[in-house]
Structures are given as C-alpha cells and as structure tokens.
Design a protein around this ligand. Structure first.
Ligand SMILES: *Cc1c(COP(=O)(O)O)cnc(C)c1O
Length: 355
C-alpha cells in the first residue's frame, strides 16, 4: 500500500446540479499528486486541494510535449454503490502510453491505489442522475526545467476528477461526421497508439474546420493513402455492413480503446459476426449504394457509444441507415451502461466496487 498524505481543502465547493454538468466543466475539491526523480523514484503521494501545480516555465512538458493521460469513469449505481469501469486496464494503458513517450511510467497498481483513494475522498461528487458519472483523469507530465532535447528526469503524476453528464449535449441523436481527406492525426510509427496530449493538438484544426462546415467531428483516414477509416474524433470507429460489424485493426496509429475492446467482446458474446480488418471508404460507398451500410458508431469512455447519422464529403453526404440510432449501437449502449450502473450482470469482471 502506498502511504498517501491527505491534506483536506478548508472549504468545499458547492456541487453543480446534474442537469448542467456537461463534460469536464467542473472539478472536485481535491486532486492526487505524486512526484518522480531518478534518486527517489515515485514519491510523496498526497491528496491535496485541487489547484495549480507550480511548474517552472522551462518544464519539458511545455516545450517538448511529454504528456500522457487516461480517462475512465466511476458510476453511482441504482443501489448507491460506486463502481469503476475496467480501472486496471486504464492504469496499464497509462503505463504503456508513458513508456512510448520515454517518460517515467507509473506502476499500474500505484495509479490504481491513487485513483481509488481520491475517489473515496470525493465520493460525494459522484452524481446519481441517469447518464452521469465521475470522470477520472490521471495525467503524467515532464516537470524538469531543462531545454536540451532528451527525456526529462523529473515527472509529476496527478489525478483530477470531474462530474460529467452525457458527453453529447444532444443525447443519443446521431451526429454528422466530416470525412477528412487532407489532414491526418497520427501516422504509422508515431504516437497514435498512446494517449498522448500531442495527438489531440494534431487534430484540433481539422475538427474546428469540420464544425464550421456543420459537422460534429472528423472521421480520420489512414495517413499514408487516405483510404482506410481509422477513428472518429477521439473515439474508435465501428461500421456495420449487412450483418458484419467491422472495426479497423490495431496497428499503432490509433488508441486501443477500452470501450472498443468491451464492445467487441459483447458482440462476440452475442454471436455476431465481428471483424477487425481494414475498411476503405470506397467499400463504405459501395455498401451505401447497395443499401447495406446499416450503422456507423464511435466508442469511447466519454460518450460510450456515439451513433453517426451521416458522413460528409466534399462531393456530398451519405446518410447511414435511416439516419436514426441503429440497433447494434443501441444494444451496446444499453448493455454497457447497464453493466456500469450495476443493473446488468458483469460477466467479464469489468467493474470494481469502491467503498
Ligand atoms: C481515449 C481515446 C479513445 C477511446 O478509448 P477508451 O478507452 O474507449 O475511452 C479512442 N481514441 C483516442 C484517440 C483516444 O484518445
């Protein structure tokens, strides 16, 4: 067990009402922090009031983007219990993301203990309205003040918490997505397989352009040929053609999403035909012509399942299915959220009760 010093905030913030939570607008009263140096390793684990970190302007993260994070959720069940979804998998992914950026990785058990301890302190912040959760954002940054280019030797690991509503303010309304044929987010051999802050910066300009065109997000194609689908916004992507559900294989250009893996598992449990294979935009167009492009949806912690109603191209747009939420999308959403809120059986041991 990690010794964690707890320094309580002298005054607590009022809790926001569950209607206007949005995503990531509010932070809880406390955060977790731990520091790394080569001599001491990870040390000084503490829970303290949420507030500034006190970084030197020469800190390597501000110059060379050594920053990785993860994102998971804790749910308040109908029975009042708090449950974290696949917390160990999220902590392992934070570890591998940090390794990819040559950062000091946080041992997954330490990250998990930190998150659980913080969530216990902030238990009152876990909202209970349907669709709401406490979002957990563990982050590692390079804090060494040094401008030479090499991996930093000092790091900060912190965890902040945010009560969240449903990610898309419009509810489960399918979104329109712009198929981006110029900009790319991550290429083979790059950082796409890590949850690195830099990947997000790479995607902002194209997503802003898509919004100006009236689309909610961008569908990213492969960086080499602009032919194969990869991700939608910052979610993994699934396409249902006829009775086959297809998602691109993990080749290091996008994140191995934990919601992606959970959705694959559930669909396999249901005996559906699921394929992890390359899917070209042309194949989607062909399927659309034949009336077989039935569903497109994104998967990710924030939205769980995000149905796509239409894909936009310079030449026009493809309406998916009947433009409404598809049957597989709906079933996945209901099952995953059912498991998360403790109303459906947790057959794969994904949930951890926090008490
Ligand atoms: C976080 C993230 C996802 C979704 O991963 P989950 O583990 O399902 O939340 C997908 N793509 C990118 C680029 C991400 O950063």
């Amino acid at each position: 067990m990690l010794p964690i010093e707890v320094q309580r905030a002298p005054t607590l913030k009022p809790k926001p009402s569950s209607e206007g939570l949005g995503f990531g607008k509010y932070f809880t009263d406390h955060m977790f922090r731990m520091d790394y140096s080569p001599e001491r390793g990870w040390h000084q684990a503490r829970i303290l009031p949420h507030g500034p970190l006190g970084l030197d302007p020469g800190a390597a993260v501000l110059h060379y983007a050594q920053a990785v994070f993860d994102g998971s959720k804790v749910f308040r069940g109908k029975d009042g219990q708090l449950r974290a979804f696949r917390i160990d998998d999220h902590c392992k992914r934070l570890h591998s993301s940090a390794e990819r950026l040559a950062m000091a990785p946080v041992p997954p058990e330490l990250a998990r203990e930190a998150i659980e301890a913080l969530v216990k302190v902030e238990a009152d912040w876990v909202p209970n309205a349907p669709g709401t959760a406490l979002y957990v954002r563990p982050t590692v940054i390079a804090s060494e003040a040094f401008l030479g280019v090499r991996p930093a030797d000092k790091y900060i690991f912190f965890v902040i918490l945010s009560p969240v509503g449903s990610y898309f303010s419009g509810g489960a309304e399918p979104v329109r997505i712009w198929v981006e044929q110029q900009a790319t987010r991550a290429a083979k051999g790059g950082l796409g397989g890590a949850k690195a802050a830099a990947n997000y910066a790479a995607g902002l300009q194209a997503s802003m352009e898509a919004k100006k065109r009236g689309y909610a997000q961008v569908l990213w194609l492969d960086a080499a040929e602009h032919r194969y689908i990869e991700e939608v916004g910052t979610m993994n992507l699934f396409v249902r053609i006829g009775d086959e559900v297809i998602t691109p294989p993990l080749e290091g250009t996008f994140l191995p999403g934990i919601t992606r893996e959970s959705a694959l598992q559930l669909m396999r449990d249901w005996g559906m035909k699921v394929s992890e294979r390359k899917l070209a935009v042309d194949e989607m167009r062909e399927a659309h012509k034949k009336g077989e492009l039935r569903e497109v949806f994104g998967t990710g912690t924030a939205a769980v399942i995000s149905p796509v109603g239409a894909l936009g191209f310079r030449e026009g747009q493809l309406v998916i299915g009947d433009g409404k939420v598809g049957e597989v999308s709906q079933r996945l959403y209901d099952t995953l959220t059912g498991i998360q809120y403790g109303t459906q059986p947790d057959r794969h041991g994904w949930m951890t009760v926090i008490k």
